[in-house]
Ligand binder design. Sequence first.
Ligand SMILES: *Cc1c(COP(=O)(O)O)cnc(C)c1O
Length: 382
Amino acid sequence: MISSRMKNLHPYVPGEQPKDREYIKLNANENPYAPSSKVQEALVDFINRNPMKLALYPDPDSLELHASIADMLNKTGGVLCNAVVNGEKVEPAELDKIPFTVTPEMIYSGNGSDEVLSFVFYAFFDSGRKLVLPEFTYSFYPVYAGFYNIETDVVPMNKDWSLNKEEMLSRAKKNGSGLIFANPNAPSGISLSRDEVRKMLEKADSNQIFVVDEAYCDFGGESCISLLAEFKNLLIVRTFSKSLCGAGMRLGYVVSSPEIVNYITTVKNSLNHFPIDALAQVAGNAACKNPAYYCECAKKVVEERESFQNFLKEKGWYFVPSKTNFVLAKHPCVSGEEVYKRIKQEGILVRHFSTKGIEEYVRITIGTKEQMNALKEAISRI
Ligand SMILES: *Cc1c(COP(=O)(O)O)cnc(C)c1O
């Protein structure tokens, strides 16, 4: 009954969402803060004023949203936690300034960056060319490789959890394939500098796509958006799910050249030509118009992350220094699974992966000060 393709499907397993009691959720890298009140107002206003718009198809090109996303990137430089906030006014930090103006034609948006990534895989990776992946990275990449019948060539991490850049480049050359990685990477939380990515791009085949997933960049990475001026094969994926407090809105986007954006639009128009609903467009638009709020959220997350890492150090835990909204950590003698269970008994969920090489660790999402205080207490009892 089922197609032969089905045997290549290995669905992603999301962080658990138990219903048996109220947990503090630090297991899915969601933002602990609600979206800006401007988002709530815009949604209520839209529904009250234009109920008919829900009966009609939304703007297939999301033009207003793309203009707002571009505008937000120009104002923040793509790193919210570093941006300089003055009332409602936001400017990029010196290091993050983009030396050109990001335009709406450089943006493609979709139903979460997961959908965007799937279109990127469809458009730029081939079944005949083994795709080079870091051993530990966003676990959806191998899932899509299976979905599109693309073989993978997995490169082990360096001992300090950094990417083995040279090996990734040389295998991509050998396989005649493109590259994809998250920067900062997950679940390690560490980041390559923009200069390191630039050096990789200089060595990579300029006829192959080079995908950088910046899902966590707003929490302290270095965005590669400014490299778009130099490299025509660079494609950057970003999301509203982490730093824009919008995992429930399902909004992700690409920043790249208009030409690459057109290829992805072609995939979309061949599959489901209305991917973003009208409400998500309104919500995303309102969020981008209020970057000051999201800068404050990102700054709070970074402050809690630093405090939590200091706490782990005092307690003698090992952790990978993070540039994201999560920390990969392990207890000096208690196993990752046991740590996960004991923290869960205290009403807090963190993420444990049973994959070999990472099973000793737990991945802990940074929450509010109150949530982190509760976690610190739970950890002190282990
Ligand atoms: C969370 C995450 C995504 C997916 O984000 P959505 O927009 O919610 O689909 C993509 N890439 C990485 C590295 C992530 O951690």
